[in-house]
Design a protein around this ligand. Structure first.
Ligand code: NAD
Length: 478
């Protein structure tokens, strides 16, 4: 397949040479061709989205909802095809990719239902003849800039609330999730959304992303990606007075206390750290273990990590596949080399021998100071670092010793310690006896510190981002 832009309801094939995409699971397997937009496509999309806003914003919530329900149905009908393409394009194991599309379907239905819910409040006025109320109103044209690691769910958790609130959208996906984005738009074309309501512009962040951010008359930008790009996006939006949200990186800790049940804890930590080859913003990358349980824990986790095998992402039993791209492979390999030089390797998983892709041996390491880059920097690969804590106080302190604040977990049966961790962990999402990853779509999602610009996505929180509040007052004159 070849990527197409979608502008004003029409697919647009870009007339460049294109770039062939090979599957990260098998570098001789061709998946498709990406075509990169020119500046002019951005402005065509802007014009289409602006025109569409005039009518889309005036439709009732019921009507807008009917489109979102249809979008959900279309994804459901094409779930396997979309999940398979994404799995081949960016290497997420097929079972997880199917789950991700399910999440997108649920998100579309969840936000469709918002079309008939209250969008304001009645507020008492000091004059009995005045009816005073507040009302959420749409913003206008919204820019949606997404990463590759959740190629279906992240775009939908931005697009669905943006649309139900009455905005129109220009979406720029990461270029190594562009085939999936283009296919999803092809499926959505069946729904016959009014022209220009949802536009797709494919291109590199450093080219098309810059034009979008610096030149398009956006009323809001919702970005997910790395902290370095996100802070840059935030600074431009702030300068242009564009409402923005930037959801960024993480260095999430799982804290294991002396009373943790290892039967339950080990598989959960393994999954949080190594599924999707550690390429989730909420993946566990630091494992902090209280002294008393440390030897038993290490033994059990060593065995579990040694048993992991990275395989082609399409294998139905794949637990983890490759990392997503050459640049991901190079970045993660840098940390792996560093670990081999400067850390103590506790366990190393394997790679299926006939694979020729961007595979990394799952790795569990220890023996570095807490200021070491393996402990402080987001690796975004199947590498996790084990730290020992003398007691619960030190475990909390280590958990918070990072510039990031996305997600954190504690494993304990002690209710008061669980409560204290929930209170003191500096993270936007804090969980007890659960993975750092896996927050549900109906709950607010986002981070503290350098993981976010402090708004929240998903759940009801998204509705605040994609609207502004108008306060209205009517005086009876009879
Ligand atoms: P990235 O920052 O490289 O790119 C994200 C998006 O920004 C892409 O679409 C890219 O093309 C675009 N972009 C890049 N430079 C740009 C620029 N100058 N102007 C405008 N747009 C630009 O991130 P990535 O590698 O695609 O994704 C991985 C990162 O995303 C990790 O750091 C991960 O933690 C983070 N992430 C965060 C969350 C969250 O909700 N907090 C969720 C998923 C991923």
């Amino acid at each position: 397949m070849e990527t197409k832009n979608w502008i004003g309801g029409e697919s647009v094939l870009i007339q460049d040479q294109g770039q062939i995409v090979y599957s990260p699971s098998n570098l001789s397997e061709e998946v498709g061709v990406i075509h990169y937009s020119e500046r002019s496509h951005v402005f065509q999309a802007e014009e289409a989205a602006k025109q569409a806003f005039r009518t889309w914003s005036k439709l009732t919530g019921v009507t807008r909802a009917s489109y979102l329900y249809q979008m959900a149905n279309v994804l459901e009908k094409n779930q396997t095809e979309l999940a398979t393409l994404a799995c081949r394009e960016m290497g997420k194991p097929i079972t997880e990719m199917m789950g991700e599309v399910t999440r997108a379907i649920h998100l579309l239905r969840y936000y469709a239902a918002e079309g008939v819910r209250s969008d304001g409040e009645l507020i008492p006025a000091s004059d009995v003849n005045v009816l005073q109320y507040s009302k959420r109103v749409p913003l206008g044209v919204v820019g949606v800039i997404t990463p590759w690691n959740f190629p279906v769910a992240i775009p939908i958790w931005k697009i669905a609330p943006a649309l139900i609130c009455g905005n129109t959208v220009i979406w720029k996906p990461a270029d190594n999730a562009a085939l999936t984005a283009s296919k999803m738009m092809e499926f959505f074309s069946e729904v016959n959304l009014p022209e220009g309501v949802l536009n797709l512009v494919i291109g590199k962040g450093s080219v098309i992303g810059v034009v979008l951010l610096e030149e398009v008359d956006f009323q809001a930008v919702s970005f997910t990606g790395s902290t370095s790009t996100g802070t840059h996006v935030a600074s431009i939006c702030a300068k242009r007075n564009i409402k923005y949200q930037t959801e960024m990186g993480g260095k999430n800790a799982a804290v294991v206390l002396n009373d943790a049940n290892l039967e339950i804890t080990i598989p959960i930590i393994l999954s949080g750290a190594y599924r999707s080859a550690g390429q989730k913003c909420t993946a566990t990358s630091r494992i902090i273990v209280e002294e008393g349980i440390y030897p038993r824990f290490v033994e059990r986790l060593r065995e579990a990590v040694s048993g992991l095998k990275a395989v082609h992402a399409l294998e139905p039993t794949a637990y983890l596949g490759p990392v997503a791209s050459k640049s991901q492979f190079e970045t993660v390999s840098h940390y792996v080399n560093l670990a081999h030089k400067e850390a103590e390797i506790i366990a190393e998983g394997t790679i299926k021998s006939d694979n020729d892709g961007y595979f990394i041996h799952p790795l569990l390491v220890t023996g570095v100071q807490t200021d070491h880059s393996l402990v402080q920097e987001e690796i975004f690969g199947p590498v996790s670092v084990l730290l020992q804590a003398a007691n619960f106080d030190e475990a909390i302190q280590l958990s918070n010793e990072t510039i990031y604040g996305l997600s954190a977990s504690v494993f304990t049966n002690d209710l008061s310690k669980a409560h204290r961790f929930l209170e003191e962990a500096q993270a936007g999402m804090v969980r007890v006896n659960q993975e750092t990853a896996g927050v549900e779509y109906q709950a607010p999602f986002g981070g503290m510190k350098h993981s976010s610009s402090h708004t929240r996505e998903q759940g009801q929180a998204a509705l605040s981002f994609y609207t502004t509040v108008k306060t209205c007052a009517i005086k009876h004159t009879f």
